[in-house]
Design a protein around this ligand. Structure first.
Ligand code: PLP
Length: 377
């Protein structure tokens, strides 16, 4: 007997059957690094640091070339200690992962499963639906408020099945920011058994007065996890280093499903070095504020062509095309001109392009190309 009677249609099954909830996932679509015809051009599609990687981090990475035969420290002790020193945290409550993506997946894996609900905002980070469905939980999408996260809409979706809320702050792909008072209101409105995950992948781009209070909540509350990454301002996307901070009980649960070994020794050393290279971080943040402001002004000047930029606090800008020129036309035109940006039809944003703030040459060149495409010059 080679057939399997588990087939839903009653027909024999001749191959392993993935779970229904896995097949409901739309696989993650990464930013392109080459044009459709294979040219390597300006990559403004993945929110990476235009300055590359700091010298200290690169030297630390290179110093690990002679230990490739060794497993890394399973406990990530060196990096957890360094993070604790840098941010005033308890190292025992830091968890590391291969990118903050893995930390997000561990949060869903430890706290949700079939029958549970996970809430996130309509234009939330695209990994949230994947992390939710992967564990068989049900995604619940809260409507946005002009592309921004709507706290009342999230709270209105809470049921007795809600296990977790994901919120990115600033959010990707919109760049929108939820202020501290609103984050506190969200936390106060959630039942104590619901885990609030505050994804701060872009927090280093914020001005100090824009601290959303996430780390303070994670320090003091039993149901808040903050996640951060070395992929953005620290310029270490290839190293795949992310981390989370929360109550010891949250971290203990997540540690049960953590991979035995995470990122490499080189990655760990690079991250530790990057943490203390404050000059690199400050230079990156200052460049971002200056050129994001310039870019938003340039888009505002194209308002008569139907373009507008959603106000951003991150290292990218979501540009909406509400006039004659479609986002798709602009996306293709920019690619022809040598600029790869992110067109987001799969995230209900067929009218939007997410554009990373790059070098001055990239930004001025991109705007010149965009003006031609929309017929402004
Ligand atoms: C909001 C947000 N969270 C998390 C991540 C994951 O970053 P990584 O896995 O590289 O740490 C990203 C990456 O784009 C992001 O935009």
């Amino acid at each position: 007997m080679t057939s399997d009677t588990n087939s839903k249609a009653g027909a024999p099954i001749s191959a392993p059957m993935p779970k229904d909830w896995i097949m409901a996932i739309h696989a993650y679509v990464p930013g392109k690094s080459k044009t459709d015809d294979g040219r390597s051009v300006a990559k403004l599609s993945s929110n990476e640091n235009p300055f590359g990687t700091g010298d200290d981090a690169r030297a630390a990475w290179n110093s690990a070339a002679d230990s490739l035969e060794r497993y890394p420290d399973s406990a990530n002790s060196e990096l957890r200690e360094a993070l604790a020193t840098r941010f005033g945290l308890d190292p025992a409550r830091v968890i590391c992962g291969t990118g903050s993506d893995e930390v997000l997946h561990m949060a869903a894996g430890a706290f949700a499963g079939p029958g549970d609900e996970i809430i996130y905002s309509r234009f939330g980070f695209s990994v949230y639906p994947i992390a939710t469905r992967r564990v068989g939980a049900t995604p619940v999408v809260a409507p946005d408020k002009d592309y921004a996260t709507d706290i009342d809409a999230i709270l209105a979706q809470v049921t007795d099945k809600t296990q977790l809320v994901f919120i990115a702050n600033p959010n990707n792909p919109t760049g929108t920011f939820t202020p501290r008072a609103e984050i506190e209101r969200l936390h106060a409105g959630l039942p104590r058994n619901v885990l609030l995950v505050i994804d701060q992948a872009y927090s280093e781009y914020l001005a100090p007065e824009d601290d959303d209070g996430g780390l303070e909540l994670a320090r003091t509350q039993p149901n808040v996890l903050v996640t951060r990454t070395f992929s953005k301002i620290y310029g270490l996307a290839a190293a795949r280093v992310g981390w989370g901070y929360g109550h010891a009980d949250l971290i203990a649960a997540m540690n049960r499903i953590r991979q035995p070994f995470s990122f490499s020794i080189a990655a760990s050393r690079a991250a530790v070095a990057a943490l203390t290279d404050t000059a690199f971080v400050e230079r990156s943040a200052a460049h971002n504020v200056e050129w994001r402001g310039w870019f938003e002004d340039q888009i505002a000047a194209l308002g008569n062509k139907g373009l507008r930029a959603v106000p951003s606090k991150a290292n990218f800008s979501l540009v909406l095309f509400e006039g004659e020129t479609s986002a798709e036309t602009a996306y293709k035109g920019l690619m022809d001109a040598g600029y790869i940006v992110r067109w987001l039809p799969g995230q209900e944003l067929p009218h939007g392009l997410r554009i990373t703030i790059g070098t001055p040459e990239e930004m001025t060149g991109l705007i010149a190309a965009l003006r031609k495409i929309v017929g402004a010059s």
